[in-house]
Design a protein around this ligand. Structure first.
Ligand SMILES: [Zn+2]
Length: 254
């Protein structure tokens, strides 16, 4: 039993355990090219959060990892089989109820560890921050913590790409089809210049952009690349966990 993983802990051990930071991993259930499992984002969230929490715990941070939420925002993929969509308003309702419990029980810091590009918690946290002024609410997407070009040959993808495939080859190779069965992850570009360059935004209609649901060529992926990236990401995140757990929420700025 890892005492910082709520799903494994029991009340006997934790009922008087001080908790400075709750961490809520949030994934998605969606197709990932032809070769990765639907739970890819959940598997990444589970492993990355647990390992970063272990590193933080061993350095004295009193953190508690809540169970990973398995469904995310998939509004751009309504026609892709069994991509399960939670609306942002539903996510906010779930978050409200979790934060209400934390707030009532005196656990006043929360970090959402996001594992899915369609999830965006900032607007919900702005709103819930007004509703729960005693709470410190924060969010971080693990896939934005490091420069992927330091780890991968094809760093431009963002879905079932070389990075995600490498991570899954490291974490759950039993669930990855041979790369010869993967699609090339080729994605069409926007015709509108501002959207193409990324300084304007509109949601992508996923099935019109990619034939295999992937965005980014996975075929250079290896377990070794995945392990190196996993270790770097979890190391960096553990530093965030420690700082958030130990910071004084009444004295945040310098
Ligand atoms: Zn993913």
């Amino acid at each position: 039993m890892r005492p910082y993983i709520l799903a494994e802990a029991n009340w006997k051990h934790i009922h008087d355990q001080p908790i400075d930071l709750a961490i809520l991993p949030w994934g998605a259930t969606e197709a990932h090219n032809y070769h990765l499992p639907y739970a890819t984002d959940v598997i990444e969230a589970d492993h990355i959060t647990a390992e970063a929490a272990r590193l933080a715990w061993e350095r004295g941070a009193r953190v508690m990892v809540l169970p990973t939420i398995p469904f995310g925002v998939n509004t751009g993929q309504t026609d892709i089989l069994l991509d399960i969509n939670l609306y942002p308003s539903t996510q906010k309702a779930i978050l409200n109820d979790i934060i209400e419990v934390l707030n009532r029980q005196g656990i006043h810091k929360l970090l959402i560890l996001n594992s899915h590009g369609g999830n965006d918690f900032k607007t919900a946290l702005r709103e819930l921050g007004v509703r729960y002024p005693a709470m410190f609410l924060s969010t971080c997407s693990w896939f934005q913590t490091l420069d992927k070009s330091q780890f991968f040959d094809e760093p431009k993808g963002d879905h079932a790409d070389e990075m995600e495939t490498s991570l899954l080859l490291h974490l759950r190779p039993d669930l990855v089809l041979p790369l010869s069965e993967a699609g090339d992850g080729k994605a069409k570009k926007w015709k509108v210049q501002g959207l193409r360059e990324g300084w304007a935004w509109a949601e992508r209609k996923w099935s019109l952009v990619s034939a295999d649901t992937g965005i980014g060529d996975p075929r250079g992926a290896t377990a070794e690349k995945g392990q190196r990236y996993f270790e770097a990401v979890t190391q960096k995140l553990s530093g965030l966990f420690i700082e958030l757990a130990q910071m004084n929420a009444q004295d945040l700025y310098e």
